[in-house]
Write a protein that binds this ligand. Structure first.
Ligand code: KG4
Length: 340
């Protein structure tokens, strides 16, 4: 009998449900929440309410697109954390209720593990190319910046991570500060394509080992723009493409320096990226370029699997299911990675 897994993702501001059958994706539905745009960032309370409104229609749509009835499901995988607690509660409670109603197991998934395994989602009729184990994954999103060693679908070790802001936060906060809009990553990415990445220099952090820091560059950009605007009030408007290109290049340099170091230290040449920031065109080009130069095999996820989605939760849940893992119904969501 086929194993049909429903995946549910609600860790931040996307409500998503996906169905996979024996590891092959049948549907992946994502409802993004535009309500946060006006605030320039995710408002947790509003995110929880929107999840509550979206969860039933999103799951129904995922089942219907997959051509699967609820009674066909084998198990339900859901994101337990890390993320916003109120958002996670919606997906967790929904998974429990549906699992109970259908009398099928529920399987908790670490959101980050979902991003790490996004490259393993197989699509019907498409040849999928997934990394071989062990591989390094540069996991970069609005909440995380990590270099992770992945030894199997269920074994991963964090080799380095940010000690303060995530790189996605640096994109978002700096975009907001420059009045460019939210979410900042895609806006800065678009403007950066039109600018000169070598024109301005921003201070890079000196953090030992494989850890990152992104709070300093934020301050560096803030002071730079403030000082230039004091001399010329139209500085930002006239130079935003070059500022974005230079700022983005600095962020990519910081990410790549440690990734190259991690590859050298571990001797691993299988290198993947994941998380929302892995949609960045500059970062994708740099990883591919470094890969060619250093003899790495590089894996860039399809754009639809870079940001939060339930397909990656379903595939991670599928591996846990195959390993015989089942989650008890008294499970509670966790907001921090350390509590997982
Ligand atoms: O993984 P994700 O959807 O949510 C979590 O943080 O879990 O990532 C969202 C982040 C945001 O910070 C957004 O600005 C960033 O991904 N992002 C990008 C791009 N597209 C999304 N950052 C840089 N360039 C992009 N093209």
């Amino acid at each position: 009998m086929a194993d049909i897994i429903l995946g549910i993702e609600s860790s931040c501001d996307d409500t998503s449900a996906a169905v996979i059958c024996d590891g092959v994706l049948l549907s992946n539905v994502i409802a993004s929440q535009d309500v946060h745009r006006a605030y320039g960032g995710v408002v947790p309370e509003l995110a929880s309410r929107a999840h509550e409104q979206n969860i039933v229609p999103v799951v129904s749509e995922a089942l219907s697109r997959a051509g699967v009835a609820p009674s066909d499901l084998t198990a339900i995988a859901f994101t337990r954390g890390p993320g916003l607690l109120g958002s996670l509660l919606v997906g967790t409670s929904f998974a429990k209720a549906l699992g109970l109603a259908l009398d099928i197991p529920i399987i908790m998934v670490n959101h980050l593990q979902g991003h790490l395994l996004a490259g393993f989602v197989k699509e019907k009729g498409q040849e999928s190319v997934s990394p071989s184990f062990p591989y390094l994954c540069l996991l970069v999103s609005g909440g995380n910046s990590q270099i992770v060693r992945v030894d199997s679908p269920l074994e991963f070790t964090i080799l380095g991570q940010t000690i303060d802001d995530a790189v996605g936060e640096a994109f978002d906060k700096c975009s907001k500060m420059m009045g460019l809009g939210y979410p900042g990553g895609p806006v800065i990415d678009r403007l950066a394509k039109l600018g000169d990445p070598t024109r301005f220099k921003f201070a890079k952090p000196h953090i030992p080992g494989l850890d990152y820091s992104f709070s300093g560059i934020k301050t560096s950009l803030l002071y730079f723009v403030r000082d230039e605007m004091a001399k010329d009030p139209s500085f930002l408007e006239n130079n935003k493409e070059d500022i974005c290109a230079s700022f983005q290049k600095t962020l990519i340099d910081i990410l790549m320096d440690k990734l190259v170091k991690a590859a050298r230290q571990t001797g691993i040449k299988e290198v993947a990226i994941g998380g929302g920031v892995s949609a960045n065109s500059g970062l994708r080009a740099r990883i591919a370029e470094e890969g060619r130069k250093r003899g790495w095999h590089t894996y860039l996820p399809a754009f639809k699997f870079t940001t939060d989605n339930a397909a990656m939760i379903a595939i991670a849940g599928y591996y846990h299911y195959l390993a015989g893992e089942r989650t008890p119904l008294d499970v509670a969501p966790v907001s921090r990675m350390a509590d997982f």
